[in-house]
Design a protein around this ligand. Structure first.
Ligand SMILES: Nc1ncnc2c1ncn2[C@@H]1O[C@H](COP(=O)(O)OP(=O)(O)OP(=O)(O)O)[C@@H](O)[C@H]1O
Ligand SMILES: [Mg+2]
Length: 367
């Protein structure tokens, strides 16, 4: 096992694309860190640099405090698991799993023990003689994992290993991966564009955008305290609602006035009123998660928004209401209620302390 340090890593491709800029991260021994971000933000490039498959233009990669930038991929003692599994189709499961050890010159009995142990822990013992083409997607994925495990690397690198699986299998493999990590405690970096996967798997989550780190933290801290509008909108399902407007003062209290003033005004909680009331210019963005709404009768006081229901999406215990709030669309996730129908005007009670406030500029820093 190992600690891994990325120190001001920068990676440019030969075509001039700067895929990773100034990326610094410390991964503790035994930690499971997830890199998450939209397609093209540089996640795979970070992994490939750690594995030695992509040279860094600058910055250092340290394993247990020693720079590995100049080591060949095979000498870095890291194992990478890819989205497409990359298994050898003409080799049996056993051969696929044992190959790296045999190439390393490990004696047959030791190789055999490692492969059989890993196969047992992954539920592959009965499949060792099959070829990859004779396996389901989930089984193939387990072989790819097994092949990485037998090497007993210092670091595991996972690049979207579950994205080829259907939703149900993905859920169960996710749980298997988590329990595997709890057993092996190998330092791991896991890449996904699925924020839910990131939240459920990571000890810590690194949110990336455009080759840069936006925020690093424990999943629930990132959810509750996103550092900017990008993170707020990327983490959490369904995505957060954003409302443009401005702040006005009225004596000791401060109010949010939406772009369409017909919608009324919304009290800014006392804890924020002081810091937000004197903004100049007063423009501000309000963020509310769909879960921050609750259905109530329309016209029920200042914390209640009168909205028109456009679409109802039943989800079982809960339902999503896509509503119109004076020309502004919003999504609310509320307790299922079969009496609510499209076209109806309802009240949404807003859980005011859950409101987040952002600068309306392109960086959208949380205020
Ligand atoms: N071999 C390459 N040559 C040139 N540009 C590349 C190469 N590979 C990736 N890029 C570019 O570098 C940027 C980062 O790519 P990368 O594959 O790291 O993104 P990603 O976050 O893994 O995306 P995805 O979620 O789609 O896998 C993108 O703009 C991409 O187009
Ligand atoms: Mg990728």
């Amino acid at each position: 096992m190992a600690t891994l340090t990325l120190d001001h890593l920068r990676v440019t491709y030969p075509n001039g694309v700067v895929a990773v800029r100034d990326f610094s991260l410390e991964v503790a021994d035994g930690e499971f860190v997830v890199l998450v971000g939209p397609s093209g933000c540089g996640k795979s490039t970070v992994l490939r640099s750690i594995a030695g498959l992509e040279p860094a233009d600058s910055g250092r990669i340290l394993l247990d405090g020693r720079a590995v930038n100049d080591l060949a991929p095979g000498d870095r003692d890291v194992a990478m698991v890819f989205q497409n599994y990359a298994l050898y189709p003409h080799m049996s499961v056993y051969k696929n799993m044992s190959l790296a050890l045999r190439l390393r010159g490990m004696p047959k009995p030791d190789t055999d023990m490692r492969v059989r142990d890993a196969a047992a822990s992954l539920g592959l013992s009965d499949l060792l003689d099959r070829k990859p083409g004779e396996l389901s997607g989930g089984q193939r994925q387990r072989v790819a994992l097994g092949r990485a495990i037998v090497r007993e690397p210092r670091v595991f690198l996972f690049d979207e290993p579950l994205s080829n699986l259907d939703a149900r299998l993905r859920g169960s493999m996710r749980a298997e991966l988590k329990s595997l990590h709890q057993r092996l405690r190998t330092t791991s970096i896991y890449v996904t564009h699925d924020q839910e996967e990131a939240m459920t798997l990571g000890d810590r989550v690194v949110v990336m955008n455009k080759g840069e780190i936006q925020q690093v933290g424990a999943p629930l801290d990132i959810y509750a305290q996103p550092t900017n509008r990008f993170v707020a909108g990327f983490v959490g399902t369904p995505p957060m609602n954003f409302f443009e407007g401005s702040v006005t003062r009225d004596g000791a209290s401060a109010w949010f006035v939406p772009a369409n003033p017909a919608a009324g005004r919304f009290p800014i909680p006392a804890s924020k009123a002081h810091s937000l009331a004197n903004r100049s210019p007063p423009a501000i963005t309000l963020g509310l998660r769909p879960q921050a709404f609750q259905v109530t009768a329309p016209g029920g006081g200042t914390g209640v928004w009168a909205v028109t229901v456009r679409v109802v999406e039943p989800l079982g215990e809960s339902m999503d209401l896509i509503c119109d709030w004076f020309g502004q669309p919003l999504r609310a996730r509320v307790t299922a209620d079969p009496t609510i129908r499209p076209g109806q005007t309802i009240g949404l009670l807003v859980d005011e302390p859950r409101a987040l406030w952002f600068n309306p500029d392109e960086f959208g820093a949380t205020l």
